[in-house]
Design a protein around this ligand. Structure first.
Ligand code: PMP
Length: 365
């Protein structure tokens, strides 16, 4: 017996960890810093770490109460009902739920290119046909409704990533509204705000709720994660905020207990730790500005916790930086030849990354 034909499915390429890289190179892990997976350089909120330790004795129970409490806390944060919050196993899990809730076999899904690989993977799992719209390099990957509408053909689901990984560009809420207005009633616009906390823009939840002069609508959903600003990538926790009209669907599409007791308890503590969030956002903004000012190559403006840099030979630069102890992401395989992505680190990490990159650029010249 073999698995079914999976030749159309591509494996997710996760960034390699410090231990893995050090082992492969036969070096000590302490020689490396990793700025390759957009993780929080300050780690998790200390309160979340305590909550995880304290949860140890109760993990024999299913996470029902903690799940409900976290749902209520997230709903309160956005001013929506509990039914509009769909907790999931990471933002990735929330992407799965939106597919489950929208797709019939053969429906089309429109995703950005370059873009986050999991949209397409999840679409294929759910028997959707993946199509792409382009973010143009010569326009600095600027995002507006027209670029999407140019490719739109009644797709059931349209992904917008704002801030966009790996370029850092955003789509203004007015453009998302224009896109939602111009597409069919049966099209859902999924706005992925995994990096939303790092941006100057308001959340597209305003479009769902009809805030800030927008009319409330039933064709926009927002994705968020605890992996980035809350520093909880390892516990796997994310969610979708959906329109009120979707309230009933969650119970029908979710994986039972998809958000674990540990994740829910950690999430509850993290969401309360405003200080950790503020500190993380401040560090990120300073790191972005520092890299734009000091890197001797083109750095695109970014609203995420990373920057994209045009370095020429991305593979050679990333390899050489890794050799010198700084792990960054070569973006050639994202359809961005010549580019690397550097995550915003602590002040010391960011300075080391810039110094290393500038030295490598000089040496490879
Ligand atoms: N969306 C985007 C654009 C991302 O970059 C990521 C993380 N790489 C995710 C969603 C999902 O993150 P997670 O599953 O860790 O919440």
């Amino acid at each position: 017996m073999q698995p079914r034909d999976l030749s159309d499915h591509v494996a997710y390429e996760a960034g390699r960890g410090i231990e893995e890289v050090a082992r492969e190179l036969g070096r000590d892990p302490s020689e490396f810093i990793k700025l390759a997976s957009n993780e929080n350089p300050h780690g998790p909120s200390p309160a979340a770490a305590v909550a995880i330790r304290e949860t140890a004795s109760s993990v024999s129970s299913y996470p029902k109460a903690a799940h409900a409490d976290l749902t209520t806390a997230v709903a309160a944060r956005w001013g929506v009902t509990d039914e509009q919050v769909w907790l999931a196993n990471g933002g990735d899990g929330a992407i799965d739920y939106l597919h489950r809730a929208t797709l019939e076999p053969g429906d089309d899904v429109l995703v950005p290119s370059p873009g986050f690989a999991y949209y397409g993977m999840s679409s294929r799992f759910h028997h959707g046909d993946v199509r792409e719209y382009d973010l143009e390099r010569e326009d600095d990957f600027e995002q507006d409704a027209d670029a999407v509408l140019e490719r739109y053909e009644g797709d059931r689901l349209v992904f917008v990533t704002s801030p966009h990984n790996p370029t850092g560009s955003t789509m203004p809420l007015e453009e998302i509204e224009r896109l939602a207005d111009a597409t069919d009633d049966e099209t859902l616009i999924a706005v992925d705000e995994a990096y939303g906390e790092f941006a100057d823009r308001d959340s597209a939840v305003a479009l769902i709720e009809g805030l800030d002069g927008f009319e409330a609508r039933d064709d926009v959903a927002v994705l968020r994660t605890f992996s980035k600003v809350y520093g909880l990538a390892g516990v796997r926790l994310g969610y979708a905020v959906v329109p009120e009209e979707w309230a009933d669907a969650y119970a029908r599409v979710n994986t039972p207990f998809a958000a674990s007791e540990l994740a829910c308890r950690a999430g509850l503590a993290a969401i309360d730790d405003e200080e950790h969030v503020v500190r993380t956002v401040e560090t990120t903004r300073e790191a972005r500005a520092y890299m734009r000012e000091h890197v001797d190559a083109h750095v695109w403006e970014s609203e995420g916790n990373f920057v994209l840099v045009d370095v020429g030979d991305a593979s050679a630069v990333a390899n050489e930086m890794q050799d010198r102890g700084v792990i960054v992401r070569d973006c050639s395989s994202f359809g961005l030849p010549g580019c690397i992505r550097i995550t915003c680190g602590t002040e010391a990490e960011t300075e080391r990354a810039v110094e290393t990159l500038n030295a490598v650029l000089k040496d490879l010249d």
